[in-house]
Design a protein around this ligand. Structure first.
Ligand code: MTE
Length: 326
């Protein structure tokens, strides 16, 4: 197998998510045919999911329910939330992250906040868990691939962490970075079957989006410590944006004067913008965003503006052309 270093890959060779998934389905179909197994199910993107480990073996995490910030919709099953994942550092298959992240080491873990702050700090995850009161918030998660879930997250506002570092007046944007450790994260090793993404995974928000009370740093879900495949030990949740903004397993947060680069925008700039607000009126260049399938349901439902959080966030974008700033 020919292995390429990332620096050897031309931009024209970088595969965007949909092409990659299509190619993968084609390969899977081909492999299945070659083995005489017939074609995979009608929706190859939904693999048969393995059962989660028994609840008794999973670590509980106490929190106080925040009703004002929770939606009143049926929650997606624990099994689907923890077995149907996007975490390209481990796998591009939905069922892959749960299987391949089992040995992922999340202790010790530190999260550094630096850049345009007067008190840069490195927080230990244990101190984070002790210092910030944990809330449960039931949020919609809408993936750019037109499926959605309802997830009872446990976490605390990102604003509370950022405030501890005393941002300067030049802090206009916030950049986030996932751990880079190809030994633990097989998807970060480049090669023929790699995703073509540039590592580490990076994301960004404007400072007012980062400080918005809905923006959560999550450390758990369904009353338990976050499973590795969901972004343990700490991940972002921005409920009015497409799921790829909600970066997992964060090690660094940097406040900046200028807009930072973001992983999917680097990979396919025409398809994935910096803002990536859920917007049923702005289609992805290759598919509509008007409808979505709630995981666990058969028929599709209408996608809501800002994923249903319009009352809370529309004012952040006053005067902006949301087709231009997609
Ligand atoms: N963060 C990292 N580091 N790597 C990823 O591949 N995938 C994103 C986001 N965060 C991703 C990531 C995408 S596309 C989605 S839809 C959500 O995580 C999925 O989160 P979940 O698996 O917990 O539902």
């Amino acid at each position: 197998m020919i292995k390429k270093h990332h620096s050897d890959i031309k931009p024209s060779e970088i595969t965007d998510k949909e092409t990659y998934l299509n190619r993968r389905q084609f390969l899977q179909g081909g492999a299945a045919l070659a083995l005489g197994l017939g074609l995979p199910g009608c929706d190859a993107s939904e693999p048969k999911l393995a059962a989660p480990p028994p609840a008794s073996s999973r670590k509980k995490l106490a929190s106080t329910k925040n009703g004002a910030f929770s939606i009143n919709e049926a929650q997606t099953s624990y099994k689907d939330i923890t077995r149907y994942n996007n975490f390209y550092e481990f796998s591009t298959d939905k069922a892959g992250p749960a299987k391949l992240s089992k040995a992922f080491v999340t202790r010790p873990w530190t999260l550094t906040v630096d850049g345009e702050v007067s008190k840069p700090q490195t927080f230990d995850i244990e101190d984070i868990l002790k210092s910030f009161p944990l809330e449960e918030r039931i949020y919609r998660l809408r993936c750019v691939e037109a499926w959605s879930m309802v997830i009872p997250w446990i976490g605390f506002p990102l604003a509370d962490l950022i405030k501890k570092t005393d941002p300067t007046s030049r802090a206009k944007y916030v950049a986030f970075e996932t751990l880079y450790d190809p030994k633990q994260m097989p998807g970060q090793q480049t090669g023929l079957f790699g995703s073509g993404l540039k590592w580490p995974y990076v994301e960004g928000l404007r400072i007012d989006e980062a400080m918005h009370p809905l923006t959560l740093l999550s450390v758990g879900l369904y009353g338990e410590v976050l499973a590795n495949q969901n972004g343990a030990p700490i991940r972002l949740v921005v409920p009015w944006k497409y799921g790829f903004k909600s970066i997992k397993s964060i090690v660094k947060i940097t406040l900046l004067e200028k807009q930072p680069p973001t992983t999917w925008n680097i990979s396919a700039p025409r398809e994935y913008g910096f803002y990536s607000n859920v917007n049923p009126k702005v289609p992805h260049p290759r598919w509509s965003q008007a409808r979505e399938r709630r995981i666990g349901e058969f028929s599709k439902r209408k996608t809501l503006m800002f994923n249903g959080y319009a009352d809370q966030v529309t004012s952040l974008y006053t005067g902006m052309d949301l087709k231009k700033f997609y």
